[in-house]
Design a protein around this ligand. Structure first.
Ligand code: MN
Ligand code: MN
Length: 467
């Protein structure tokens, strides 16, 4: 047998058995270069968009630069037109009208742009032992011990008594100060170290250091607090009571970075789920004259259950689709039940240091491409959207035909925990939906890791789905 000839068994193996391979071994140098170039835009988006409000602002700027204009309810649109609908400054729908009747259904990409963080309470500012501190209430699922002793930035909005609004962003510019939550020194942590990891840092201990210098006046009792308020007043024209109508968030102050000597990974805060939101955004920006009308939804509130008027369990997406259907004189229920959606959310990447939380045969791996997750949920798939085999087959075919490197995934070992995405809410509207997203290491931590190849393959997959 010559070297070129395969044995019968080897040929049969290649034909019949699944051939898993690292994505970087399956693409050429040009494709790797395209992935790296794509991720430069992504890393800038991450630095500019650490909250859902900032992500909406960044996305609208990119949309307007790409020919999108504000959606007008009641207006008739024709094929090729591009619109966006700003949902209360926290969620965004981008839509490109297709050649087919909208009654054929809409191709939807849905990702979320909120991320776990420390929200300030409504009475946040206090002085204790001549430090000024901020009380917080964490948002989303965080491991509290990860949020101490790292540089934090403050982002958000403050609505003043007269109704005017100021935008706050402190800690991102190199010349800005940053903030921090303190922790004990190991020398004196004997008692604290007996706490469980979950209780190692308690919610009411996540107090953010914001000042230490007193205002020089012996008549004043809380001099450091007054000095901090004076600085804020000079900068933003606000008083302490204005915190009542503010949304201020402490987020990690560091910027997105290349990780590894080969620069193959991206480390950054808020990649869940901007690592899917950015590829979905780029896919819709690049979408010209699609067959079916295409939508990208960038939504708020996924991390706390998709609740409220800016979360996907509200009716805002339905209302948008109804408006599009009405303008086209077709029944909205036909549009909705014929629509199909990729719920673009992250999944847990296999971590060799903590490998026992996943089934290695069904886990997703960094560099193996964008990951399709048929079901999430907890225990017996409870609370999840279990995508139909029919729809999984349809998406699989699209990916295969368009050179998308992809893999499957599940959310951890059976009975270990679990979770959900917006897929369940979209499925409940009566449309096909499956989760497709990027594997993430250290998900929900201040510094999450993703693979550049996987980010780019998410874009390729999303673009192929809506073209
Ligand atoms: Mn997510
Ligand atoms: Mn999440």
């Amino acid at each position: 047998m010559s070297k070129e000839e395969k044995s019968v068994g080897k040929a049969l193996e290649e034909k019949l058995l699944s051939q898993k391979k690292n994505g970087l071994l399956r693409i050429d140098a040009d494709e790797t270069e395209r992935a790296d170039a794509f991720c430069e835009g992504y890393m800038k988006f991450l630095d500019d968009s650490k909250t859902e409000r900032e992500a909406v602002t960044s996305a609208i700027a990119l949309a307007e630069a790409n020919g999108f204009s504000p959606f007008e309810f009641g207006k008739k649109y024709s094929a090729g037109e591009k619109v966006y609908y700003n949902v209360r400054n926290k969620s965004l729908i981008l839509c490109v009208f297709g050649k087919n009747s909208v009654e054929n259904g809409i191709k939807i990409l849905a990702a979320h742009i909120d991320s776990p963080r420390l929200d300030l309470k409504q009475h946040p500012l206090y002085e204790s032992s001549e430090y000024a501190l901020l009380k917080t209430h964490y948002y989303g699922g965080i491991r509290k011990y990860q949020w101490v002793t790292i540089p934090l930035a403050l982002h958000g909005v403050i609505f003043k008594a007269d109704g005017s609004c100021v935008t706050v962003n402190i800690g991102e510019d190199d010349s800005d100060p940053v903030f921090a939550v303190t922790d004990l020194l190991p020398h004196l942590a004997q008692e604290q170290s007996k706490r469980t990891l979950n209780e190692g840092i308690k919610g009411e201990e996540l107090n953010v250091m914001i000042g230490s210098r007193p205002f020089k006046d012996d008549e004043v009792s809380e001099k450091v607090k007054l000095n901090v308020m004076k600085i804020l007043n000079e900068k933003y024209g606000v008083t302490e009571d204005d915190f009542l109508s503010a949304e201020l968030e402490a987020v990690p102050a560091f910027k997105a970075k290349n990780v590894g000597l080969d620069c193959g990974l991206i480390g950054a805060y808020g990649q869940d789920d901007r690592v899917c939101a950015y590829p979905a955004l780029e896919a819709i920006l690049d979408c010209d004259n699609p067959d079916d009308t295409a939508i990208a939804v960038l939504t708020d509130k996924e991390e706390i259950g998709s609740v409220g008027p800016t979360g996907l369990s509200s009716d805002y997406l339905r209302h948008f689709i109804e408006a599009v259907a009405d303008a086209a004189d077709v029944p909205a229920y036909n549009v909705i039940r014929n629509s199909k959606c990729l719920s673009a959310d992250v999944t847990a990447a296999y971590d060799p240091t903590f490998s026992d939380v996943l089934d290695p045969r069904n886990a997703s791996y960094c560099n193996y491409g964008v990951a399709m997750c048929k079901y999430t949920g907890s225990r017996g798939k409870s609370g999840c959207n279990d995508a139909s085999a029919e729809f999984v087959a349809e998406v699989r075919k699209i990916f295969e035909e368009n050179g998308v490197v992809w893999q499957t995934t599940e959310l951890g070992r059976v009975d270990l925990g679990g979770g959900g995405t917006v897929a369940a809410y979209i499925g409940n509207m009566d449309m096909e939906v499956v989760d497709v997203g990027v594997p993430v290491l250290c998900m929900h931590s201040p510094f999450e890791l993703t693979s550049k190849l996987d980010v780019y393959m998410a874009y390729k997959g999303f673009a192929a789905f809506i073209k």
